[in-house]
Design a protein around this ligand. Structure first.
Ligand code: ZN
Length: 449
């Protein structure tokens, strides 16, 4: 499997990505996107040496590096705009287990670079070894970027959080980068902070840095209850994905958190544009529409969501996987700011989170995966479209193939990483949900294989 993926470069250290590969990716990035480049890394054990070699690769092309230290991915985006850079890179494998590492790349607009918008070209430069040559330089601004980022987030938040209403929060940094920033921000806002896994440790001794898996939320759930905290937040390894735990120690679905952010935003900014991914629950999409906002659907993936938000000047974006994007953070999915928005709502109203989200209706949903041959996954989706159209369904091809029913939908997509088709479906109504489930099973059988 190639390390050059749809949204980033990622692989196992050191069998797929080692120091030499890091140097050459640096040289390829400096060739593709020359200028002043901000570079950081997450807390992975291989981070420091991969960063050193990546930086040397960039310098060999004549570009200038600003080393911003151990950072979340949204901090790379902040640094690009704050220091007027021409691009940026975070050396991270996001929520993957500790064996992995990789590179998330950003351009001069602080937009994430996808395979189509640059990684594909970078791969060609890498394969042809066709690099620029020059004498670049490197300087460190790690301490300054930390201070400036914390002040930036506090400036966005301070006036909005009711300080008198002193809340108690559990912060689970998953031993990744967010744990190095979030506790200080919360303390400076007058909160009582209960730290869990907030030291930088690339062995991830607490749990894997993936808050989308229930088993990685267990520590935070029990700590919230033990400490009698108002809320718990679990961040992924590079601080762009978030899970929220309520005062009863229960994890709240991302569609409910997104619906809450949507409702609050539209009270302040009526008619605002909000981007959501193709997998987002109808709960949030209905909330956008009911609250008078403009719902803009988008392909799944942070590169597409950020780009769409910039094109539309959207205020907010959300993905079902627990990523929340903000115009204030230059369209990045800043999980620390997302958690602060939830705190802001609790502090203002003095209500519990469970109270604030109770009116969003329940939806029944399921996500299944069907094995197909790797070479046939895209033709499967194309065939499925033909079958659906033959039967008179109207299909939406924004991302895979989506069929929208009166009270629900079903979405079929080819997996980016595995020889599988992923099928998601949901409805507000249990009876309709069962009908959609039966429809999914019968239409799959009709696809010639
Ligand atoms: Zn991440």
């Amino acid at each position: 499997m190639s390390i050059f993926k749809a949204y980033d470069i990622r692989g196992i250290y050191s069998s797929e990505i080692d120091e030499r590969v890091a140097y050459l990716i640096g040289a390829a990035f400096g060739t593709l996107n020359p200028g002043k480049i901000a570079v950081g890394c997450d807390t992975r054990l291989s981070g420091p040496q991969l960063k050193e070699h990546f930086i040397n690769g960039v310098i060999s092309t004549g570009s200038e590096i600003i080393d911003i230290g151990v950072v979340t991915t949204p901090i790379v985006v902040f640094a690009i705009t704050h220091f007027n850079c021409d691009g940026g890179v975070n050396i991270t494998a996001s929520h993957n287990p500790k064996e992995y590492n990789g590179f998330k790349l950003f351009d001069a607009n602080a937009m994430p670079i996808s395979y189509e918008s640059g990684i594909g070209t970078l791969k060609e430069i890498f394969e042809r070894e066709n690099y620029r040559k020059g004498n670049g330089s490197s300087s460190t601004l790690a301490i300054k970027v930390k201070e400036d980022y914390i002040n930036f987030i506090l400036a966005l938040t301070l006036a909005r959080v009711k300080i008198g209403n002193r809340l108690s929060v559990v912060i689970d940094g998953s031993n990744g980068a967010a744990g190095l920033y979030a506790p200080e921000i919360y303390r400076r806002l007058g909160m009582t902070v209960n730290e869990l896994n907030c030291t930088a440790d690339g062995n991830f001794p607490g749990h894997d840095p993936d808050p989308s898996k229930e088993e990685n939320l267990l520590d935070a759930k029990s700590r919230v209850k033990e400490a009698g905290a108002d809320l718990g937040f679990v961040y992924d390894g590079d601080g762009d994905r978030l899970a929220v735990i309520d005062a009863d120690g229960k994890a709240i679905e991302s569609s409910r958190i997104f619906s809450l952010l949507v409702k609050h935003l539209l009270e302040e900014k009526p008619g605002a544009k909000i981007v959501h991914d193709a997998l987002m629950s109808g709960m949030a999409i209905d909330t956008i529409k009911k609250s008078g906002g403009s719902a803009i659907p988008c392909r799944v993936g942070h590169t597409y969501i950020a780009q769409k938000m910039m094109e539309e000047a959207a205020e907010l974006g959300g993905e079902l996987s627990g990523h929340y994007y903000f115009k204030e953070t230059f369209f990045a999915d800043d999980a620390i700011l997302a958690s602060l928005k939830v705190i802001e709502l609790i502090s203002q109203g003095g209500e519990r989170l469970s109270e604030l989200i109770k009116d969003f209706p329940d939806y029944v949903s399921e996500n299944i995966r069907i094995s197909v041959k790797e070479s046939e996954k895209f033709s499967f989706i194309a065939q499925l479209k033909v079958e659906l159209e033959k039967e008179g369904y109207v299909v939406d091809c924004l991302d895979g193939v989506k069929v929208v029913f009166e009270n629900g939908w079903a979405l079929f997509r080819a997996s980016n990483t595995e020889p599988k088709i992923s099928v998601a479906y949901e409805s507000r109504d249990k009876e309709e949900y069962n009908k959609i489930k039966n429809f999914v099973q019968s239409i799959i059988k009709k696809v010639p294989q």
